[in-house]
Write a protein that binds this ligand. Sequence first.
Ligand code: ADP
Ligand code: MG
Length: 613
Amino acid sequence: MATDTPQTFEFQAEIKQLLDIVIHSLYTEKEIFVRELVSNGSDALEKLRHLQLTEKDIFDDKAELEINITTDDKAKTFTIQDFGVGMTRAELVENLGTIAHSGSKAFLKALGESGQKNSGLIGQFGVGFYSAFMVAKSVKVYSHSWRAAEPGHVWTSDGSSYTIEEVADLRRGSKIVVELKDECSEFSQEYRVREVLERYSAFVSVPITLNGKRVNTVQALWLRGKNEIKEEEYTEFYKFQSHAFEDPRLRLHFSADAPLSIHALLFVPKENPEKIGFGRSEPGVALYCRKVLIDARPKDLLPEWLRFLKGVVDSEDLPLNISRETMQDRALIEKLNRVISKRFLKFLEEEAKNRVDGYNDFYREFGIYLKEGAALDHANKDQLTKLLRFESSLTEKGKTTSLADYISRMGTDQKDIYYLIGPNREAIEAGPYLEGLKSRNLEVLFCYESVDEYVMNNVREFEGKKLTAADHADLKLSDLPQPTEGALSEGDVKQLSTWLKETLGERVAEVKASDRLVDSPALALNADKSMSPHLRRMMKAMQKDGGEAPLRINLEINPRHAVIKHLFGLQGAAPEKAKLVAEQVLDNALISAGLLEDTNKMVQRLYKLLESV
Ligand code: ADP
Ligand code: MG
């Protein structure tokens, strides 16, 4: 519908909310709006460059692929014009009136979760185009699409609603006029804008002018030699490229000639956005061929678990006319993927060796991705497993060990690497599973994360050593010279076990004397080998099949423990009371295993027992 009177539109509810916060934000780094608008102009030009490869009929085809910025300190305006793809009427509505930008989306989601107008959050995101409203009284976007048949329009907004009106005689692309708030009039001063541009524009791959003078020489930081690049240049590049506010955590800049020509500049951000509640990250390493952007978010350039990386990969081996849609050269992309992920893993290995604290900090934030990789990325599994870290029965709380270090401490006849899964160190240390291994001087890794069970089951072994759950029903431990003095005899144990099996009935699959108990009277093992106690709890929590299957328990008893010895005596003398004690011992063991489901019954029984004390 073409009209010549302005038509008024309401912003989508989410955008209203976003604008409300952006406009009222006290965020001090308002200058980032310059970066966001430059980045949009540069995106629009890159898109046009791609279209030129396939489209013949492009409007205003002579227009330079450049960005022009002008300031007017009398009118208090900041204007930025690009000759990129531009927007049709429908695109203006879609792109500027509804939520499209992933950063804005993530911002709103985080806001929803924090449940308040936390404008401090803005500092962690690029809110894209809308950042202009931090400094603007009003914003006008004049835009003409590259499609010749479409008319030009002006989109106008003061941040509450917007209008769109047709205008004649526009050039291709977009011109954004920001009418500045009085307190932000500094951005109508050339020197102030120059200062901002000098920091970011060097990384924009299109020419930028400010009031007619060229401000950047197009150069690709990643193609320059490492020792001629200043630390700040790296940092500013990172901030520009990934819309970040904080400095990066780690950086890897490398070049290779064989087997492929690669120049890569990779960054690990400070924070892991998935950890603070954002959805799954999109790939953040852009693919270039000789300084020309091929794809800002290529899907298969890196393995999934490296989705937290930001940066650039440039390969001369890519055909120049390759486009996002026609990235068909699978083999080449796969090769790049292999080379880069191996190189990055080697880098992490060096970090882990040379900068232990820094690596551990990184691991706390991003270790979950390494675990994901170790479990799923077969090609890189060994290297990834080497990078995993766990607390263990021999580390202090909060300190971790690698699997390699664990192996170096193993005794000559230890075959397996043992681990226990639990909510935290205290819970694992208080449970009955650890003591048998501890008393045999076997180190046990402690796993606290819900993915750990899945990871351990998938990794299975490391350097020929099996990863074994210490609460597994099959666990065989070497004989330990236990004090037999005062312990029940073998015959007594046999009799007690048979009696327990009869008395506890369906609830137990097997009862036997334990070789892993030292200080606890009994422990419960899930007889169903395919499902550990931890997995069962998870399935129950997720209401998945399996969580509801009847529990089958192997009960192990400690013939040296006073409670068990007492039970043996009681069983002949006071069978009724002995039955209550037996059931209570089983329930206690189930509690330690995190498997007790009916607490009510247990409480009733306990009262009954207490009556007779
Ligand atoms: P993002 O750039 O991350 O997509 P923005 O909020 O910065 O998010 O921009 C929203 C959308 O508006 C862009 O995706 C693009 O489609 C459109 N847009 C913004 N600025 C321009 C421009 N100068 N030329 C063409 N399209 C633009
Ligand atoms: Mg943008």
